[in-house]
Design a protein around this ligand. Structure first.
Ligand SMILES: Nc1ncnc2c1ncn2[C@@H]1O[C@H](COP(=O)(O)OP(=O)(O)OP(=O)(O)O)[C@@H](O)[C@H]1O
Ligand SMILES: [Mg+2]
Length: 939
């Protein structure tokens, strides 16, 4: 605002809050026009930024400009999108909370360009490393991809976004951009099959046909000629001089690879895009009975042509167990074809957004703060407004409510903090309209819901009747039937009109009023509003009205136009009062009181808060500012006038004074830098001295430094062979433990490696060629213990020292097959199923009848337990486990196989693996079979 004060006469007012005639739309428009004519496209209303699209390069988005706005107080420089982006970013970091930038305006206003400028600002100004640059590139490059698939040429804008976009940028605690997420909504799918005259389909179709490589087009069965495709030529402007589809294709290809789409993904993606083009060329002729027959079969990827033929020319009616096919007329079949094309494109777009999100996801689970960017249509008013406009306008209505609540709330809180009495602000609260639309059981959306679900024939007109019945008498709702005679003339019978806060909009229920509304309300301040044009008064006035800018200004101007902390106010204006110049010895509040008394402020023009002065009218402030301007020049002039106190320095001294101040400032900065350096060095030395002590305030930073520097060195000096112990960098004491955890698995003894290989060989003998998913298990390393949940209780209580092998499993209940997480543990004597501290089942190997697995790709394993064992209360176990193959092999090494010596007398055979084959009677009376291969495999 200080910058605004200085420059106000040259370029109008930089902040509308300082507009004296703040209720006058003409004054508002004059100010916008005056600034626009000077190429000043931005103006504030408090923290809200109004922008007028210049439709030309102004050179105001350079790196130099970014540097100027980085870290500078919001009000000190002229309004700019970078100032807003910087302010949001700084506040997010200092308050560690989430923020949100809303960009709204009519088509072509410059919303998408503005969101790109914000992203570019963060890309340049946020801390960066090689890893973060990756994230940054993906965030930036997601734009051309989304624009290729979601933007199109319209009459208003050659690159019009035909979907709503909300993008989250996630920042870590140091303010680095580490991830993102995109939410898209309301894609205009109808554009895929139909475009108005002068408009095009989504860019990607033209890019593919114009820019796609010859080989790709051949594979997709496409010709390099847009005129050949019905879906591309309805607007009769497939080629436009302002759009270079060929070079855009290259940009998209590059972006897709950087966002990490695999070659297969890209192939599939364009196969689907091509299939939509082919589908558009499918046409139907009527048979002798008037039914549709498909006479040109398109090469649709992945769909057998008979199924496509049947799907497009017939309707399937399912009645109980029966299916009846009823043929379409040719007209109906065209509708079915277009519906399919729209659905395919819509789903592809959703898939694309999800894929981009996968590449932007931040896997680190530490807390992130977020800046959200919402690029949304402003109020839309067309000649015929349908459900789409209803959703968009309702969304704007809700945003207006949010804005008013936030602004009024923050104003009220500030007054309270400053001990100033809150004076009610006259403004229009649009809650009544929001309720009219969204109230449960009574709002328009609820009624539409009910009407769609109720039995019987519901039509657009029964819906309208319901509305009339329920909304009758509502001051913001009117229909042909409910209107007075004069209004009735302006309404059709199928219309209803809502009196929105921004103005009236008439909606038509005929044909297109289907329910699909979702409104996102995000928290926080800092809003951007954009209005467009080469200063066409009518258009700008319309946008000022429908964006509710005058209403915003009224709320912002609630009470006082200007407020500043006493110190800042006194510092700026102290030269205006002999008592406060050059130094004021008392408190800043007393100084300000003395100053304004000297300036002759009237009691109703200001209020003194606890820490700030509040000035009611801009004119009071401007008068003070004018006096300051004059005084500044006089101060610089020589020699003093008769008033010695007002101009206390002789000629030439002013220069010396400025020089002294400047040198003083530099010296102070240098002193601060040195003090900081001394602190860091001291801390380093103290940390070094205490490096072998437990972690404390004294050594934590030093140890963090040691850790980081070791890991960095390790990264650059990793041994070529993981088995070579000798060449690992020796870790510092603090890293010893971590080091061993890190490399221990790599440094197994040869005997352990041999054992692992043996298990792998056994597993191969058992499963190779017999179970479909065996090849996938080969790359898994073998480990003896995979414990998912460890509880000391069961460890000590049950099987602490005898666990030979353990693995997490999912056990399916015998009744109902409900899945349960368990730990499967093998000891020498038995297998256990354990849940946390409890043994849920024990299966003695002696009572294990067999183990079954299938030969398919599943990971199920069934333990068959003898039923005559009275100790076993439960039956067989059905288990699912990811390491099925190794578990099976392991189990075999513990098991005995039971056999009948004679009826009623049983014997056991134990199997063991070793390098030598042997068969002998073991001490426990069992037959021991030692072999390199374990033969037990029951299926
Ligand atoms: N700050 C700017 N400086 C120069 N030109 C701009 C600026 N903002 C927008 N434009 C121009 O206006 C055109 C339309 O802008 P943009 O695509 O951002 O509009 P939009 O509000 O997103 O429209 P839609 O709602 O149709 O998507 C841009 O292609 C660009 O030529
Ligand atoms: Mg856009």
């Amino acid at each position: 605002m200080e910058g605004s004060l200085t420059a106000r006469d040259r370029v109008g007012i930089q902040d509308f809050v300082l507009l004296d005639a703040y209720t006058s739309e003409t004054a508002f428009m004059d100010n916008l026009r005056k600034r626009f004519n000077e190429n000043l496209i931005y103006t504030y209303i408090g923290t809200l930024l109004v922008s007028v699209n210049p439709y030309k390069e102004l050179g105001i988005y350079t790196k130099k400009q970014m540097d100027i706005y980085m870290g500078v107080n919001f009000f000190e420089l002229p309004p700019h999108i970078f100032a807003l982006a910087d302010n949001v970013y700084r506040t997010m970091i200092s308050e560690t909370n989430n923020h949100f930038i809303l960009i709204s305006g009519e088509s072509g206003a410059g919303k998408t360009e503005a969101s790109k400028k914000v992203l570019q600002f963060y890309a340049v100004c946020c801390p960066s490393t090689r890893l973060l640059d990756n994230v940054r590139d993906r965030l930036l490059l997601s734009n051309p991809v989304l624009e290729a698939f979601g933007n199109a040429k319209t009459l208003k804008n050659d690159n019009s976004s035909r979907f709503g976009k909300y993008m989250d940028i996630q920042f870590d605690h140091q303010g680095a951009a580490v991830g993102g997420h995109i939410l898209s909504y309301l894609l205009e799918k109808s554009r895929v099959v139909h475009q108005n005259h002068g408009e095009r389909n989504f860019h990607i179709f033209y890019q593919l046909v114009e820019g796609g490589e010859d080989e790709l087009l051949r594979w997709l069965g496409l010709e390099r000629n847009c005129q050949k495709y019905r879906y591309l030529i309805q607007g009769e402007c497939a080629k436009v001089s302002s759009i270079n589809d060929k070079s855009d294709w290259k940009t998209v290809q590059k972006a897709l690879t950087i966002i990490e789409f695999s070659e297969k993904d890209i192939e599939h993606l364009f196969a689907i895009i091509a299939s939509v083009l082919h589908l558009g060329n499918v046409h139907f002729e009527a048979s002798a009975h008037g039914y549709a027959t498909l006479n040109s079969s398109a090469e649709l990827l992945g769909i057998p042509s008979n199924i496509l033929q049947e799907g497009l020319t017939h309707r399937k009616i399912e009645a109980k167990a029966e299916e009846v096919l009823s043929p379409f007329t040719a007209e109906h079949a065209k509708y079915a074809r277009d519906a399919l094309a729209k659905a395919i494109y819509g789903r592809t777009f959703t898939w694309l957004v999800n894929k981009i999100n996968e590449s932007l996801v931040n896997k680190d689970s530490t807390r992130k703060t977020v800046i959200g960017l919402l690029d949304i249509y402003g109020f839309e008013v067309f000649d015929v407004n349908s459900f789409e406009q209803f959703c968009i306008n309702f969304c704007n209505e809700k945003l207006q409510q949010l804005f008013i609540q936030l602004t009024l709330k923050s104003e009220q809180e500030e007054y309270e903090m400053e001990g100033i009495e809150w004076e009610p602000v006259p403004y229009f609260n649009n809650k009544i309209i929001c309720d009219l639309v969204e109230e449960k059981h009574r709002g328009i959306i609820s009624i539409l819901d009910e009407e769609c679900l109720r039995p019987g024939e519901a039509t657009d007109f029964t819906f309208l009747e319901k509305l009339e019945e329920k909304m009758c008498g509502h001051p913001h709702f009117v229909t042909h039937k409910l209107a007075d005679q004069k209004t009735r003339k302006t309404l059709e019978r199928g219309d209803f009109r809502l009196l929105h806060y921004a103005g009236e909009v008439t909606y038509s229920v005929v044909g297109k009023f289907h329910l699909i509304s979702q409104v996102n309300c995000a928290s926080d301040l800092s809003l951007t509003r954009l209005t467009s044009d080469r200063f066409d008064d009518v258009m700008v006035r319309h946008q000022v009205k429908y964006l509710g800018l005058m209403e915003h200004l009224r709320v912002r101007r609630a009470g006082f136009a200007y407020r500043r902390r006493y110190e800042i106010f006194l510092k700026r204006y102290k030269a205006l009062c002999p008592d406060t110049w050059p130094h004021w010895k008392g408190t800043p509040a007393e100084g300000v009181q003395r100053l304004i008394k000297h300036l002759g402020y009237k009691p109703d023009e200001y209020k003194m808060g606890r820490t700030k002065i509040f000035i009611r009218h801009p004119r009071t402030l401007f008068a003070t500012e004018d006096a300051f301007e004059i005084c500044k020049h006089e101060l610089g002039k020589a020699p003093a006038t008769s008033d010695k106190r007002r101009l206390p320095f002789p000629e030439g001294v002013v220069m010396i004074l400025i020089e002294t101040c400047w040198r003083g400032l530099q010296a102070r900065r240098e002193r601060e830098r040195r003090a900081w350096a001394v602190k860091v060095i001291k801390k380093f030395i103290k940390g070094f001295m205490n490096r072998n002590q437990p972690v404390s305030m004294d050594n934590s930073d030093y140890l963090a430094f040691v850790r980081q520097s070791y890991l960095t060195r390790l990264k650059d000096n990793l041994p070529k062979s993981v088995l070579d112990k000798t060449i690992w960098l020796t870790p510092p004491p603090i890293m010893q433990e971590v080091f061993h955890i890190l490399i221990n698995p790599l440094l197994l003894k040869p005997s352990q490696i041999y054992f692992q290989l043996q298990i792998k060989a056994l597993t191969s003998d058992i499963f190779k060629g017999r179970k479909e998913n065996y090849p996938q298990s080969v790359c898994q390393p073998f480990h003896c213990i995979y414990i998912m949940f460890v509880s000391l209780a069961w460890e000590t209580y049950v099987i602490s020292h005898s666990t030979q092998y353990s693995v997490p499993v999912i056990k399916y209940d015998r009744n109902g097959f409900r899945p349960r997480f368990r730990q499967l543990i093998f000891t020498q004597a038995a297998a256990y199923l354990v849940e946390e501290a409890k043994i849920k089942q024990r299966v003695n190997y002696s009572s294990l009848k067999g183990v079954s697995v299938s030969d398919l790709s599943d990971n199920f394993l069934i333990l068959h337990v003898t039923c005559d064992d009275t100790k076993q209360k439960v039956g067989d176990c059905l288990l699912y486990l990811t390491r099925m193959h190794y578990t099976y092999t392991e189990l075999l090494s513990f098991c005995s196989v039971r056999f009948d010596i004679q009826p009623g007398k049983e014997g056991f055979v134990d199997f063991k693996s070793s390098s030598e084959s042997m068969v002998y009677r073991a001490k426990n009376g069992h037959l021991m079979v030692v072999s390199p291969h374990n033969p037990m495999h029951t299926t």
